[in-house]
Design a protein around this ligand. Sequence first.
Ligand SMILES: [Cu+2]
Length: 110
Amino acid sequence: MQSTVRILPHHRDRLLPNNRYIFSSPGCENTNECYLPYQVEIYSGEPVVWINVDSAAHTVTSGSPALHDGLFDSGMLMPDQKWEYVFTDSGEYDYHCMLHPWMTGKVIVN
Ligand SMILES: [Cu+2]
């Protein structure tokens, strides 16, 4: 089965009366909604698809911001772009966005 994770807006935008936006970033990490769902659980051999529904670019990069383990990396995902990765080994995989290090998610492979 395929799992889908949506990459949501990485900040909370607020429209000011003069039609300008104020960006109160970060924000999504407070509710674990940068990648939704924050955590997916799959069986080995199954793909996970990330869809960037934000208006900004993001990445899906394995490891934590402090520790890049180099296992997988989507590269730059532009708005509306998708990226698929098939997990073949069981384990727990943390990932994050290289551009916005407070964006984190997790894949558990059984
Ligand atoms: Cu990002």
